[in-house]
Write a protein that binds this ligand. Structure first.
Ligand code: NAD
Ligand code: ZN
Ligand code: ZN
Length: 344
């Protein structure tokens, strides 16, 4: 017998670029292989803003409940669920489910599965009191992390940790983090924990100050000088640049900040194209690689860094009802760290 209400509060997108509506909607029914999670906290990722604006070529179906940094407690487990149970503390990442048997799933690249579902995009996410999840794709939260500090790790954390792996730098190498927002502020910390020297790039000085507090060795504000020229002159280029900025300009600079043989890792998702000079790419042996979130295994590692105290998310808590103001602030670049929505 379900011990919760039949309706729940949710923030719902009805039309692209319109305010989300607070609504009472039915609590989803749990089916085979699924669990119902009582959402305790949910990070607000810039991707949710892209979803609500319909920014990308593949649009989400509306109405939609966004949210893919949702964490909470399992309150119901459907038939066939054996490895997690009611009471477990878990998170529901962007990779809501994958097919489990394609070439990508079989080769440890499940985030490339063509049959994947995405939380808060192709299926409803965690901007609600409850969220349905696939038992096989949720990941448990280590005991010593609170829900609020764990939430942003489920996207911002795993995405940047994975992107740094993709960057292929060695300890002692320089890496540049472009964009010190929700993703970037944890990227700086993972990069330091992985033994890299870090230069942080962001047009807001307060974000550069935060990056410095979090361990960045150098910072550069691209409004004062072209960041790529600065990086080439001052440190001889970086082995990897991780671009999380929602800016075409930033992608161009992140590409040109890379040293010979290095890599520019594309993470941010502005709906624009990136211009790549062929001559320089060939002569410098530079590569560009896209990196999309991370696997369940990457996520376990991501959480472990935080459980060991090597990474700490900087969060401010707000309520679900505040979502429209939060989106406006996120778009204006005014948020330092991550906003996390909390339920009672
Ligand atoms: P955010 O808004 O918190 O952070 C973006 C940061 O970029 C801000 O600090 C902003 O000041 C900075 N910025 C803006 N212009 C810049 C410039 N010219 N140079 C350097 N920095 C600049 O957003 P977020 O939640 O960190 O997400 C960032 C992007 O990453 C979004 O497009 C989001 O959709 C995408 N994303 C991708 C993945 C993935 O798997 N690839 C996962 C999560 C998010
Ligand atoms: Zn995200
Ligand atoms: Zn697959």
């Amino acid at each position: 017998m379900p011990h919760f209400n039949h309706t729940m509060k949710a923030a719902v997108v009805h039309d692209f670029k319109q305010d989300l509506e607070m609504q009472d909607v039915p609590v989803p029914k749990v089916e085979h292989g699924q669990v119902l999670v009582k959402v305790k906290a949910s990070g607000v990722c810039h991707t949710d803003l892209h979803a609500a604006h319909g920014d990308w070529p593949v649009k989400p179906n509306l109405p939609l409940i966004p949210g893919h940094e949702g964490v909470g407690e399992i309150v119901e487990a459907g038939p066939g669920v054996t490895h997690v149970k009611v009471g477990d503390r878990v998170g529901i990442p962007w990779l809501y489910s994958a097919c489990g048997h394609c070439e990508y799933c079989l080769s440890g690249r499940e985030t490339l599965c063509k049959d994947q579902q995405n939380a808060g995009y192709s299926v409803n996410g965690s901007y609600a009191e409850y969220c349905l999840a696939h038992a096989d794709y949720i990941v448990k939260i280590p005991d010593n992390l609170t829900y609020v500090e764990a939430a942003p790790l489920f996207c911002a954390g795993v995405t940047t940790y994975k992107a740094l792996k993709v960057g292929n730098a060695n300890p002692g190498d320089w890496v540049a983090i472009y964009g010190i927002g929700g993703l970037g502020h944890v990227a700086v910390q993972y990069a330091k924990a992985m033994g890299f020297n870090v230069i942080a790039v962001d047009p807001f000085d307060e974000k550069l100050e935060l990056a410095q507090q979090l361990g960045a060795d150098r910072t550069i504000n691209p409004l004062t000088e072209n960041s790529a020229e600065f990086i080439q002159r001052e440190i001889g280029g970086v082995q990897a640049s991780i671009c999380t900025a929602v800016s075409k300009q930033a992608f161009g600079e992140a590409y040109r900040a890379v040293k010979r043989g290095g890599k520019c890792v594309a993470v941010g998702l502005p709906p624009e194209t990136m211009e790549v000079p062929i001559f320089d790419t060939v002569l410098n042996g530079v590569s560009i690689e896209g990196s999309i979130v991370g696997t369940r295994k990457d996520l376990q590692e991501t959480l472990q860094f935080a459980a060991e105290g090597k990474v700490k998310t900087i969060v401010e808590t707000k309520r679900l009802e505040d979502i429209n103001e939060i989106f406006a602030e996120l778009e204006a670049g005014k948020i330092n760290g991550r906003i996390v929505l909390v339920n009672d």
